[in-house]
Design a protein around this ligand. Structure first.
Ligand code: NAG
Ligand code: NAG
Ligand code: NAG
Length: 259
């Protein structure tokens, strides 16, 4: 009891930092483990029972091995850690995880099977500000509860046409700030009925050549899509004659001429 009170007081005094104590008493008061900026180099070996949110951001955990078993964990923040390795079983224990934040790391590749076993209840996945180069067909295949997928500011040059096809609950998708040349309407054409609220495509080197023709045609027929991209700098970077033009402007003749 004294410990709970102590923790509660330090929580208030230290502005939300209930220490990085791994005692269950401490956590039951808050259900929140704040281990932000603790110079940690490893995932803690166990997590307190009942914990719902764990903030491990701004540490030095470069290798995400396995997050300890906890059926209560809903939110996990691993942002700003210099993460470069995600072991294939990293998230297998997280039966009820809803939010996974991996923003601001050094992730270049994610193995296809990493999200197969878990976290199957994931609703928010943030992988922005990493170094991803491609999104393969089956990477997100099992995450069919996903509502938000943030991939902005990576170096993605390839996304499989069906990479997002199973994400029937997705409402927010951010692909801005990547290295994408050809838009593929199959990424999102099935999402009309998801009631999308956010789509971001700006800051990519979009090439408005003949490969883009069928996709721009699709864009011109999809009002819901036009509504969501309205006002963003979703523009052609090449060919030179179409540089900085809004993606919806080039004609079929202009695009076909550029090949
Ligand atoms: C983390 O390491 C830095 C640099 O060595 C140090 O200044 C800082 O006080 C450490 N923080 C904690 C919470 O130990
Ligand atoms: C990450 O940790 C696992 C388990 O300790 C180890 O087998 C693997 O070699 C490590 N990977 C890197 C790149 O450090
Ligand atoms: C981005 O990816 C390309 C390959 O598509 C590679 O040549 C380049 O070095 C990468 N850039 C960075 C900053 O990682």
């Amino acid at each position: 009891m004294a410990r709970i009170i102590f923790c509660f007081l330090t929580y208030i005094l230290l502005n939300g930092q209930c220490g990085c104590c791994f005692s269950s008493e401490c956590i039951k008061a808050e259900h929140f483990l704040n281990c932000k900026e603790r110079n940690l180099t490893k995932i803690p070996p166990s997590l307190p029972e009942g914990v719902k949110s764990v903030d491990l951001s701004n540490n030095h955990i470069s290798n995400i091995t396995s997050i300890p078993e906890t059926s209560t964990l809903r939110n996990l923040d691993l942002s700003s850690n210099g993460v470069s390795t995600l072991m294939y079983h990293a998230f297998d224990n997280l039966d009820n995880l809803e939010t996974l934040i991996l923003s601001n790391n050094n992730i270049e590749k994610i193995a296809d099977d990493i999200f197969v076993w878990n976290p199957l209840k994931l609703e928010v996945l943030r992988l922005d500000n990493n170094k991803l180069e491609f999104i393969q067909h089956f990477l997100l295949y099992d995450l069919d509860k996903l509502q938000e997928l943030d991939l902005h500011n990576n170096n993605i040059s390839f996304i499989h046409p069906h990479a997002f096809a199973h994400l029937s609950h997705l409402t927010r998708l951010r692909l801005n700030g990547n290295n994408l040349f050809t838009f593929e309407h199959k990424w999102i054409s099935g999402m009309k009925s998801n009631f999308m609220t956010e789509l971001k495509f700006e800051n990519n080197p979009w090439s408005c050549d003949c490969a883009m023709t069928p996709h721009v045609k699709w864009m011109k027929s999809a009002k819901w899509f036009q509504h969501l991209i309205h006002g963003q700098a979703f523009t052609c970077q090449s060919p030179a004659s179409l540089k900085d033009q809004n993606i919806l402007l080039p004609t079929v003749t202009e695009m076909n001429a550029a090949c």
